[in-house]
Design a protein around this ligand. Sequence first.
Ligand SMILES: Cc1cc2nc3c(=O)[nH]c(=O)nc-3n(C[C@H](O)[C@H](O)[C@H](O)COP(=O)(O)O)c2cc1C
Length: 362
Amino acid sequence: MSLLFSKTTLGKLPLQNHMVMAPLTRSRATGNVPNDLMAEYYAQRAGMGLIISEGTSPSPNGLGYARIPGIYSVEQVAGWKKVTDAVHAKGARIFVQLMHTGRIGHQLNLPKGARVVGPSAVKAAGQMYTDAEGMKDHPVPEAMSEADLMATAAEYVNAATNAVKAGFDGIELHAANGYLLEQFIRPNSNTRTDQYGGSIENRARFVLEVAEATIAAIGKDKVGIRLSPFGAFNDMPLYPEMESDYGYLAEKLNALGLAYIHLVDHSSQGAPVVPDTIKATFRKVFKQTLILSGGYDAKRAEADLAAGRADLIAFGKPILANPDLVQRWKDGAPLNAPDMATFYTPGAKGYTDYPALAAQPA
Ligand SMILES: Cc1cc2nc3c(=O)[nH]c(=O)nc-3n(C[C@H](O)[C@H](O)[C@H](O)COP(=O)(O)O)c2cc1C
């Protein structure tokens, strides 16, 4: 009996199977507004139980990458409504991932008047792509003032209520992969000396406040969070207190009772190993749904579900390249390979043109 393909629930929300589409930035939202092409792309993948959207900014300041969508304007909400309608029509549920890029951005990618901000004026090593001038060094971000913190938390709340208006089943706070919320958690990017920096209680304060505020606005059953303990992406070096820091977060997030925690593991791509012990800690401490992701195929997913290591499994590249992934795995059919060259390029190529299996002859 396959667990992977069987029905389940996320809290009270029924899901048609245990398969989750991982959040995947695809940079097709020209002008930062979701469009018909994106609705088609998500609808193609709505055989999954749950879709988590690509990283979507709650603020003009969070649009660090070229052509990523937002969810702060009326126009963006209308664009997303087309996506959620198309996905729901096919039976999947969909959460929007709220991604504020923080210091991982560039002025050339931001709308007029927006600012590259972070917990502290500490620049990330490395470069990022801009449509206007190609690769550029990450800038030194502006350290956020107390007023900025309050305004940004209010932007998350606005985005959460907009998500409900746009028909999303919930939101995922992106507190992973080196973006704003993780920049607060980690001591290399957060060197503040106020109550938002220093001890883990202080470094975790902003993410927990944002979680609390969005829960107050739309309900705890509609708020999930993504974390990347031991993740090093976007200049986030490992440090000795990592495991106990994330243990603290597991406790606090459990107390908030939010819908799910979604853990990132990019070790299959050469990133640092995420110890089994930290995954086990989250499993033990957090009483709601746990989603694991990273390098899964159907077999490994089935094994981890059967062993009770997770409630749901998220898939990135397999669903990116195989709109009919569920059917292919049910049939034991081979998969299309993902084309990295078109991950972030505009237009339909490498986006909506991955072929589904040919219709079976009668
Ligand atoms: C093209 C691409 C875009 C991604 N964009 C996001 C994103 O917006 N937010 C996020 O949390 N993770 C993002 N990720 C990471 C994936 O969600 C996932 O963790 C990763 O692909 C590992 O899973 P996989 O081995 O099944 O592909 C992205 C990955 C890829 C390949």
